[in-house]
Write a protein that binds this ligand. Structure first.
Ligand code: DX5
Ligand code: ZN
Length: 215
């Protein structure tokens, strides 16, 4: 069964405690937390104090997706705020290997996020050091965008790289995941489905999470 990671970016921030409670009672595995700096991506979301508060509501895995420049400046703070998985963008890191070592040394799982234009082969020399690849299936910065179909080919390529090298790296797909395309994403080789609008804008979010879980 796929791991389901609802993205809180699409939640109702006025009712954040209730949204967290709903996820707690649901079959969701991760809380996907999108942090934006208005520099790496053209949008600003939420940050450390909000994550710190949410941490009090749940013991589920906090999957923090940093869409920020210079993530090394904040890795320690995100650990303190409660991150379990910390993903940094390959496009934002000149010294990616060092960033990964830093995350691991802080006792978090290390993720690398890649934009739609970034070929998966660029991950070859770090794949053995990481726990998760967050493959963007939209251009990062905003929720509710349309899934880029070419991503399916990239999932297959990455699945092959991971399996050929007998590695234990999860493939997470982030952006435009719907009840309609989820099965094809899993069939291509994905392990984790991020879903923002599909979950939070549905009539029955818990039921939608259960449906994604059973794809
Ligand atoms: C986009 C974020 C995504 C986003 C997904 O920059 O990284 O996690 O919240 O939202 P949906 O599922 O609505 O495309
Ligand atoms: Zn994300």
């Amino acid at each position: 069964m796929p791991i389901i990671a609802p993205s809180l970016l699409a939640s109702n921030f006025l009712r954040l405690e209730e949204e967290c409670k709903m996820l707690n009672e649901s079959e969701a595995d991760y809380f996907h937390l999108d942090v934006m700096d208005g520099r790496f991506v053209p949008n600003i979301s939420f940050g450390l104090p909000v994550i710190e508060q949410m941490r009090k509501t749940t013991s589920k895995t906090f999957d923090v997706h940093l869409m920020i420049l210079e993530p090394e400046k904040y890795a320690e703070a995100f650990k303190a705020a409660g991150a379990d998985i910390l993903s940094v963008h390959i496009e934002a890191c000149s010294h990616l290997h060092r960033n990964i070592q830093q995350i691991k040394s802080l006792d978090m799982q290390a993720g690398v996020a890649i934009n739609p234009h970034t070929p998966v082969f660029l991950l070859a020399d770090v794949l053995g050091d990481i726990d998760l690849v967050c493959m963007m299936s939209v251009n990062p910065g905003f929720g509710a965008q349309k899934f880029i179909p070419h991503t399916l080919k990239k999932i297959e390529q990455l699945r092959k790289m991971i399996d050929d090298n007998k590695l234990n790296v999860k493939i997470e797909i982030d952006g435009g995941v719907t009840l309609e395309n989820a099965k094809s994403i899993i069939d291509a080789g994905a392990d984790v489905l991020v879903a923002g609008n599909t979950v939070f804008k549905s009539k029955n979010p818990k039921e939608t999470i259960a449906q994604l879980k059973r794809m």
